[in-house]
Every structure is written in structure tokens, then in C-alpha cells.
Design a protein around this ligand. Structure first.
Ligand code: RFL
Ligand code: PHB
Length: 393
């Protein structure tokens, strides 16, 4: 016999989307159970995003996890785009009056987990075999296994926050689900090291050897990426080779300020654009990477997960406050309108900054013209800044 439980909301996935939704609902007096496939150490150890939009910071404040973020996060009022030896600063504050905050997704996740555990609200680790029953006109039912024991959770709504490889999106009938995808012909090799960053702000570099990004997590921890072949093997990239390549691609001036050190993490990630529609089916709502993926060049993945949760948390709170279904009914369209704009920006940044083509092709000339235009036009820089700091909700 399965152990039976109930909750207003069943949340599949304890990444930033699921955990943030849980906190916002708790503050609105709505109860939820979060089911996470991995254990706590694994979830807290994942190295991922680093840049938070203004709106993301506000949402984390609203969830009650803004304190450490404000103490330790680095506020950046611009970024740099480099082409060979030329560097152009994009002045977010001057152009659009906004900033971004550099604070790792790893830290956001730790803060959200701590808040949830402190509140005593249920967060179940190492959950296996989640399946979804989502019949028309019935309350959905989640089946899952913990420590070998079968469980059932009956809820009013399910939030599918289980990332790109989760079960939620796959539970939509094939005739309902429509997906759009672009897979890029390269990946990013990332390195994390306890060395001071080479610049005060992030530097995105287009170089003839391929894209490079100088990022950071703090004044003493750096995060760098280089474009690499999709079939590249990590064992072919000892730390020294990564540092040498970064110095070449970031140019002599930055190379002189790069402090090298042993990698504390090194990984290769493929680049993909992906959107699944609709983001709602009956009583199941998709949010975050479960519904869409962006290539990391625009720093939008985590921020999009948070904007979905902005819409979904308000829709669910309104339903429990006054019985209104209007925001639930418009959730998919509202969320997707913002998703597509972030997809466009991430695709554009990726197209402008990576090496795709033969130097002498039409496409390479278009890319060079795009960069020249960006460097010479305040309007073009404003468009980049407006998107990078985050479009309004
Ligand atoms: P997550 O973080 O993948 O969390 C989903 C959670 O669901 C769990 N899960 C399941 N749980 C129960 N049952 C199942 N069947 C389950 N299947 C999966 C998983 O274990 C996991 O805990 O998705 P979420 O919450 O939507 O958050 C999305 C973000 O994680 C993602 O968009 C960003 O990390 C993307 N991203 C970046 N985003 C930014 O905004 N700025 C950046 O600078 C940035 N850089 C990056 C990135 C992602 C990267 N990688 C490796 C994917 C850099 C990298 C390298
Ligand atoms: C990161 O620091 O991990 C990072 C920053 C900016 C990006 C992507 C990743 O565009």
C-alpha cells in the first residue's frame, strides 16, 4: 500500500524554480511538497549560472532570501564586449539605469534550501520514479518512491520544475506538445578557480580562435569559459592549456591580469535553444528549464526560471485568495511572451560572439558588421543593455 499524502501544490524538482515557488507560496499561505530526485549535497554542489537580473533579485527578496545576496553579491553596472584587441564597455547604468548582481546559482539554491528547511515545509530528497496522473476534471496525483516505499501525493495543481531532463514536459500528450529547437555546433568548456577575476566586470570576447568569457563568483573566485568542439574531451584540457587559451582569446591586456590556479571545477556544456509549448496542460504547469533552454551567452536561463515563477506564484496565490482562474488560464501565454524575447536575445548574443564560419564567408562578414555597429551605436548598446539587465515582467 502506498503512503498517501495531500498538498495544495505538488512541486516536481528542487532546483531554483521549484524552491522559489515553494517559498513564495508559503508566504502566501499556500502549502506545497517539493520532490527532488537528487540528494541535498548534489543539488548544492552544482555549478551553474552567475548573473542575476534586477527582477530576479527582487523575487529572491520577496521570498525572504535577499540578505546574503545583498551582503555577498557583486553589483555590476556594465559589461565588456571584446573583438580581438578592441574592448567596448556596455554601460548598463548609463544606458538603461539598471544593474545586474553577480551571485552564483549555487548560493541562491543553498539560501532557498535553508529557508525551506527552517520553515519545516516538506522538501523530499532522493525521490525516485515520479509519475503524473493529470486527468480532465480530477485532482492530479503524483506517484513516487522514497527509500523503496511507494508514495502518492494528491494535489490541486502540479508545478513541473524538473529541468530539461525531467518527467513533467514528457507527460504532455504528443498531440498537444510542440517544441522548437536549435542545437549549436559547439559547447562551452568552463573552469572555476579560487583566483581573483582578471577584470571588474564580465568580458565577452569574440576571437578568431573562438568565444571566451571572463566571469566571476566573488572577488576571490573566477569563472571562465571557452568555446570548444562538441566532441572535445576534458582530459585533453589540463588546467594550463585552458589558461593559455583564455589568455590568447581575451587578448594581451587582460592576459596580463589573469591569475591562474588549479581548477576546482571543469566541465563541458552543450549550447541549445529550446522552447516547449504550451506551458500548461490541465492542472500541470511547466516552469524553468522544464519548458525552455537558452544558450548561456545571454545569462538568461536562471532568470527565465525566476520570471516563470513570478507569473505562476501570482496565478496560484490569486486562485487561493479569491478563486480567480484568470491568471492560471493566461499563464502559458504570459510566460511564453517573455520566454521568446529572452530566446531571441540569447540566440543573438550567441550568433554575434561565437566562431561559426569561415573567416571569408558572408556570415562572418555579417557578424563583423553586427559587432562594428554595436561598438559605434548608442542605440545598439542600449538594446543590449535593456535585454541583459532583464525585460520587465
Ligand atoms: P534545474 O536547475 O535543472 O532544476 C531542476 C531540478 O529538478 C530535479 N529533477 C527531478 N526531481 C524529481 N523527479 C524528477 N523526475 C526530476 N528530474 C529532474 C533536478 O535534479 C533538479 O534539481 O532547473 P530550474 O529550476 O528550472 O533552473 C534553471 C537553471 O538551473 C538554468 O536555467 C541555469 O543554470 C542556466 N544557466 C545560466 N542561467 C543564467 O540565468 N545565467 C547564467 O549565467 C547561466 N549560466 C547556466 C549557466 C547553465 C549551465 N549549465 C551547465 C546547464 C552556465 C551553465 C554552464
Ligand atoms: C557564469 O558566470 O557562469 C556566467 C556568466 C555570464 C554568462 C554565462 C555564465 O553569460
Amino acid at each position: 500500500m502506498a503512503i498517501s499524502e495531500t498538498a495544495q501544490i505538488g512541486i516536481i524538482g528542487g532546483g531554483p524554480a521549484g524552491l522559489l515557488l515553494g517559498e513564495l507560496l508559503r508566504k502566501a499561505g499556500v502549502d506545497s511538497v517539493v520532490l527532488e530526485r537528487r540528494d541535498r549535497a548534489y543539488v548544492e554542489g552544482r555549478i551553474r549560472a552567475g548573473v542575476l537580473e534586477n527582477g530576479t533579485v527582487s523575487m529572491l527578496e520577496e521570498a525572504g532570501v535577499g540578505d546574503r545576496l545583498h551582503r555577498e553579491g557583486l553589483v555590476h553596472s556594465g559589461t565588456e564586449i571584446a573583438l580581438g584587441t578592441r574592448r567596448q564597455r556596455i554601460d548598463f547604468e548609463g544606458l538603461v539605469g539598471k544593474t545586474v548582481t553577480v551571485y552564483g546559482q549555487t548560493e541562491v539554491t543553498k539560501d532557498l534550501i535553508e529557508a525551506r528547511l527552517r520553515s519545516g515545509a516538506p522538501l523530499v530528497w532522493s525521490v525516485e520514479g515520479v509519475t503524473i496522473e493529470n486527468e480532465e476534471g480530477e485532482k492530479p496525483l503524483l506517484h513516487y518512491v522514497v527509500d523503496g516505499a511507494p508514495h502518492q501525493l494528491r494535489c490541486d495543481f502540479i508545478a513541473g520544475c524538473d529541468g530539461f531532463h525531467g518527467v513533467s514536459r514528457q507527460s504532455l500528450p504528443a498531440e498537444i506538445l510542440k517544441t522548437y529547437e536549435r542545437v549549436y555546433p559547439f559547447g562551452w568548456l568552463g573552469i572555476l578557480a579560487d583566483v581573483p577575476p582578471c577584470a571588474h566586470e564580465l568580458v565577452y570576447a569574440n576571437h578568431e580562435r573562438g568565444f571566451a568569457l571572463a566571469s566571476m563568483r566573488s572577488e576571490t573566485r573566477s569563472r571562465y569559459y571557452i568555446q570548444c568542439a562538441l566532441d572535445e574531451k576534458l582530459e585533453n584540457w589540463p588546467d594550463e592549456r585552458v589558461w593559455d587559451e583564455l589568455k590568447l582569446r581575451l587578448g594581451p591586456e587582460l592576459a596580463a591580469s589573469i591569475v591562474t590556479g588549479p581548477a576546482i571545477e571543469k566541465s563541458i556544456a552543450p549550447l541549445r535553444s529550446f522552447v516547449a509549448t504550451p506551458m500548461r496542460y490541465r492542472n500541470l504547469f511547466l516552469a524553468g528549464d522544464a519548458a525552455h533552454i537558452v544558450p548561456p551567452t545571454g545569462a538568461k536561463g536562471l532568470n527565465l526560471a525566476v520570471s516563470d515563477i513570478h507569473y505562476l506564484s501570482r496565478a496560484l496565490s490569486a486562485f487561493y485568495r479569491d478563486g480567480s482562474r484568470a491568471l492560471l488560464d493566461s499563464y502559458s501565454d504570459t510566460a511564453l511572451a517573455r520566454v521568446w524575447k529572452a530566446e531571441r536575445f540569447s540566440w543573438w548574443m550567441t550568433s554575434m560572439l561565437h566562431k561559426f564560419h569561415d573567416e571569408d564567408s558572408f556570415e562572418a562578414r555579417m557578424q563583423a558588421a553586427e559587432l562594428q555597429y554595436l561598438f559605434s551605436s548608442r542605440a545598439a548598446q542600449t538594446a543590449l543593455a535593456e535585454n541583459y539587465v532583464g525585460l520587465p515582467y
